[in-house]
Design a protein around this ligand. Structure first.
Ligand code: UT7
Length: 329
């Protein structure tokens, strides 16, 4: 068995920003409510001509440039997204073509807000098997395309963005990927979904009129589940590796709601200076929150080479994921 590490990171957010003040003009909401209930101040929104693959390619190029390698060296590309350019072909195929990653195979991974965590686990295993030397993992979502900007309970939450990491074998003395604790609880499927557009409810005039192609969420249910499961998955992951929160250098959670993050962190007992929160500037970018928050952690010096890092997320499905890595960059 080989070990896998994260060897490069690139991110992209579109330049356009939607502030809470902008939203005050669109729906019956106010800045104070949004900040107090979610922690969000603004989010980036893609221009009409920009699709998920465009942001994914930008993030991918940044990661490849950081590592100084050409896309032709990639063995596989995984794109985690719930907002693909089209249902098929997979966004991974579009990205492969745009990058010129001639040797790579690839696929899309649909696990909503846990997408990037599931992608980390999957990519680490491909590299651990020895069959893959360079796997490009991308989390990218253009949530603004599936958000109903007349629904104040969801439109305040989401933003657009992309992040990419390169997963490669470790060299001597490095640890990289350590363990994962991922699970699915499909009984929660109804609480957060995009009802129409699939084989169950294909697009009709009625589905459009009833706004069923937009995100529908029972926020309170998801909130309760997310708070509990983010805590439990991290607690169990640390326990089975004989680690405590004191060993953790950085806790990088999915950014859905500041209150979910702080509640989980408090129950874990992890000190707040180790908890990475950037939801104020990006909102919930679904599969992109973890790489964006990781970049922020690096920029502000909260994540350093050798640190033990816990990535965690809960999302639609329900999907739950927690990953333990030694940071080697
Ligand atoms: O990443 C995927 C997973 N998603 C999540 O993790 C999201 C989880 N859920 C949440 O983050 C929260 O449930 C929300 C932010 C969506 C809602 O916050 P909440 O504290 O659970 O509010 P609530 O739904 O219980 O609503 C409280 C009140 C209601 O008014 P009444 O019925 O008490 O009069 C809502 O109508 O707040 C009202 N409200 C708003 N008021 C101003 C709901 N949305 C808004 C809004 N502005 N945007």
């Amino acid at each position: 068995m080989f070990k896998a590490k994260i060897s490069a990171l690139g991110c992209y957010t579109p330049p356009g920003v939607l502030t809470n003040q902008d939203l005050e003009k669109m729906v019956d909401t106010n800045n104070q409510w949004i900040v107090e209930r979610t922690g969000i101040v603004e989010r980036h929104i893609a221009p009409p001509e920009m699709a998920t693959s465009d942001m994914a390619v930008e993030a991918a190029r940044a990661a490849l440039d950081q590592r100084g390698i050409d896309a032709s060296e990639l063995d596989a590309i995984i794109v985690c997204t719930v907002t693909p350019d089209m249902l098929f072909p997979a966004t991974a195929c579009l990205v492969q073509d745009r990058l010129g990653a001639k040797r790579a195979w690839g696929f899309d991974l649909v696990a909503a807000c846990s997408g990037f965590i599931y992608g980390l686990t999957t990519a680490a295993h491909l590299v651990s098997m020895g069959s893959h030397k360079k796997v490009l993992l991308i989390g990218a979502d253009t949530m603004s395309r599936i958000i109903d900007y007349t629904d104040r309970s969801t439109c305040i939450l989401f933003g657009d963005g992309a992040g990419a990491v390169l997963i490669e074998p470790t060299v001597e003395g490095e640890t990289g990927f350590i363990d994962f604790h991922n699970l699915v609880d499909g009984s929660g499927g109804d609480y957060l979904k995009q009802p129409a557009g699939g084989s169950r409810m294909p697009a009709t005039q009625e589905t459009v009129e009833k706004r069923l192609h937009f995100v529908k969420q029972d926020g309170a249910q998801v909130f309760k589940y997310a708070t509990r499961k983010m805590f439990e998955s991290c607690r169990d992951l640390l326990a089975r590796n004989n680690l405590t929160v004191a060993d953790v250098g950085a806790f990088i959670p999915h950014q859905a709601n500041r209150r979910i993050i702080t509640a989980a962190a408090e129950r874990l007992g992890i000190s707040c200076d180790k908890v990475i929160i950037d939801i104020d500037r990006y909102g919930n970018t679904t599969a992109a929150t973890i790489p964006l928050a990781t970049r922020d952690a690096l920029l502000c010096g909260k994540l350093k080479k050798g640190d033990l890092v816990v990535f965690a997320a809960v999302g639609a499905g329900y999907t739950v994921g927690a990953n333990l890595w030694r940071w080697e960059m």
